[in-house]
Design a protein around this ligand. Structure first.
Ligand code: ATP
Length: 437
C-alpha cells in the first residue's frame, strides 16, 4: 500500500529581491518605474515528498535555504514558483520568539500562541499545567517574555509547540539554545512523537542529533537539494561537501580527490575524501587469537590494523580510526595525535602499519570501521590525506548484561545499613529515578 504523504513540494523555488545598496531601495521609491533590485534565489526546484510518520533531517551550511524551506512548508512564506501540499496540522518552532508577544507573560503567551496553533481556550486550560511543567521555568511563567533568556524562551516555545497535538512538528535548530537536560527532554518528546506516528521535520547542524532522531534526510546547498535519502549517507555527503569547500580554499593543494563507492556486498557504503599524498591501503580487525575477522567476541582484546602507503614525505603524519554504529554515531575511536603517540616523519614510497588495540567492551551489535591518515601543519592545521569512512563492517557478539553503547564490567555493592530497611528487596528506590538515569 502506498504511503500517505504528509508534505509534498513540487518544483518549489523562492526568489528574494535584494538591493545592492540601501540607497537603491530609496531610489526605487523616489523614481518608480525601474526596478533596482537584484534577484536572489534562496531555493530552486525543490521536489520532495515526506510520507506520514517519518522524521526528516534537514542539513546544510548557513544560508543554504533551510529556514526558507521550512517557512514555505509552514505557510509563512509563499513560494515564487511551484506547489506545496500539507496534510495535517502543523506546529512549528521556527525563529525564537515567532508567535509570541513580547509584552505578554509566559502564561498569556501559552494561550495566545496555543490559539494561533489551533487549540481552543478550554483545551489550553486543560493543558496549561502540563505545558508549564514541561517548560519548567518556575515563576517566570508570570513575567513578560521580553525578560526571558533565550533558553527560557525556547523552553516555553517547545512546550507549547509539542502540547498542541500537532500531526506535523517542525523544529528549526532551536534546541541548541536549551541546556543539555532540556535537550534530552526534548529528544525524548520527539522520539515519542515518532512512535506515535507523527511527521517531524528537524533542522540541525549537529549531525549526531540528525542521525539519532531522523529516518531520512536531505542536504541543501546554495538553494539546491543536492542529496536525499538515508541520514548516514546524507551526513557523509555533507562531510564531503565541507571537506571540498576547505580544499577549494586551500589553493596550494592542486588536486582534491573524492571517491565514492557503493559496496553492496557489505551493506555499507564507503565514502572517501582526501588530498592524496598517502593512502589507507587496508584496515583489518584482528582478534586475540591473531585471526583477521569481522566478528569479534565481546570483551576480547582486538586490534585495528591500518596499513598506509606514503607517496611523499610527510613530516607530521597522524593516523586514526573510528567505530560507528549503523546510524553513524561514533562509539569509539582515536588517532595517534590525540593519543600523544607522535609518528616519525615518513619517507616517500614507504609503507607503515599502525595498530590500535583495546578490550572490546562495545555492546553486541553491528558497527562500521573508518580510518584515515592526515598531516599536521603549522598552528595545528590539519590536511586530510586519505579518509575512508565505513570501510569495514564489524559485528560484536556475546551476551553481557548491560544497557547502552558499552557493556562495561560494573561492580555492584550492597551494604545493609539497617535490617529494617533492606533497600533492594523492599523496592524503596523510586523506579522513575532509575529509569531516567
Ligand atoms: N527576506 C530575505 N530577503 C533577501 N534574502 C533573504 C531573505 N531571507 C533569506 N534570504 C537569503 O536566502 C538565503 C537562504 O536563507 P535561509 O535563512 O533559508 O538559510 P538557512 O539555510 O536557514 O541558513 P542558517 O543556517 O544560517 O539559518 C540566504 O542567503 C539569505 O541571506
Amino acid at each position: 500500500m502506498a504511503e500517505e504523504i504528509a508534505i509534498s513540494l513540487k518544483n518549489v523555488s523562492k526568489c528574494y529581491k535584494r538591493y545592492p545598496h540601501p540607497v537603491e531601495r530609496l531610489k526605487e521609491i523616489l523614481l518608480p518605474g525601474k526596478s533596482r533590485a537584484e534577484e536572489f534565489w534562496a531555493l530552486r526546484d525543490i521536489d520532495l515528498e515526506i510520507p506520514k510518520g517519518h522524521t526528516l533531517g534537514i542539513i546544510g551550511q548557513n544560508g543554504s535555504g533551510k529556514s526558507t524551506l521550512l517557512q514555505i512548508i509552514v505557510g509563512t512564506l509563499t513560494p515564487t514558483t511551484g506547489a506545496v501540499t500539507v496534510n495535517g496540522r502543523i506546529s512549528a518552532l521556527l525563529e525564537l520568539g515567532s508567535g509570541f508577544n513580547p509584552e505578554f507573560t509566559g502564561r498569556q503567551n501559552v494561550f495566545f500562541n496555543g490559539r494561533l496553533l489551533g487549540m481552543t481556550q478550554e483545551e489550553l486550560e486543560n493543558k496549561f499545567d502540563e505545558i508549564a511543567a514541561f517548560a519548567d521555568i518556575g515563576e517566570f511563567i508570570d513575567q513578560p517574555v521580553k525578560t526571558y533568556s533565550s533558553g527560557m524562551f525556547v523552553r516555553l516555545a517547545f512546550a507549547v509547540a509539542t502540547h498542541v497535538n500537532p500531526e506535523i512538528l517542525i523544529i528549526d535548530e532551536a534546541l541548541s539554545v536549551g541546556d543539555i537536560l532540556f535537550q534530552r527532554k526534548c529528544f525524548r518528546k520527539i522520539e515519542q512523537f515518532y512512535q506515535d506516528g507523527k511527521t517531524i521535520l528537524f533542522v540541525s547542524h549537529d549531525l549526531t542529533s540528525i542521525l539519532q532522531l531522523c529516518d531520512r534526510a536531505i542536504l541543501l546547498d546554495k538553494s539546491l537539494m543536492i542529496s536525499q535519502g538515508e541520514p548516514r549517507q546524507v551526513a557523509l555527503a555533507y562531510k564531503s561537501l565541507i571537506a571540498q569547500r576547505e580544499a577549494d580554499q586551500n589553493t596550494d593543494l592542486a588536486s582534491f580527490q573524492q571517491k565514492y563507492e557503493q559496496k553492496n556486498d557489505n551493506q555499507i557504503g564507503e565514502s572517501r575524501i582526501g588530498f592524496g599524498g598517502a593512502e589507507v591501503i587496508s584496515v583489518e580487525v584482528v582478534n586475540s587469537q591473531g585471526t583477521t575477522t569481522q566478528t569479534v567476541e565481546w570483551a576480547d582484546i582486538i586490534t585495528v590494523r591500518i596499513t598506509i602507503y606514503f607517496y611523499r614525505e610527510v613530516v607530521r603524519p597522524f593516523v586514526g580510526f573510528a567505530i560507528k554504529d549503523l546510524k553513524g554515531i561514533p562509539i569509539i575511536g582515536t588517532n595517534t595525535f590525540h593519543s600523544k603517540k607522535d609518528l616519525a616523519p615518513t619517507l616517500a614510497k614507504s609503507m607503515v602499519v599502525i595498530e590500535f588495540s583495546w578490550q572490546c567492551y562495545m555492546s553486541p551489535g553491528n558497527y562500521t570501521v573508518s580510518a584515515g591518515v592526515a598531516e599536521l601543519g603549522e598552528n595545528h592545521s590539519i590536511t586530510q590525506l586519505d579518509r575512508r569512512f565505513d570501510m569495514l563492517p564489524l559485528a560484536v557478539v556475546g551476551n553481557p548484561p548491560s544497557l547502552g553503547f558499552f557493556a562495561l564490567p560494573i561492580n555492584i555493592e550492597c551494604n545493609v545499613l539497617d535490617n529494617s530497611q533492606n533497600i533492594f528487596s523492599d523496592r524503596q528506590i523510586n523506579a522513575s529515578s532509575i529509569s531516567s538515569s
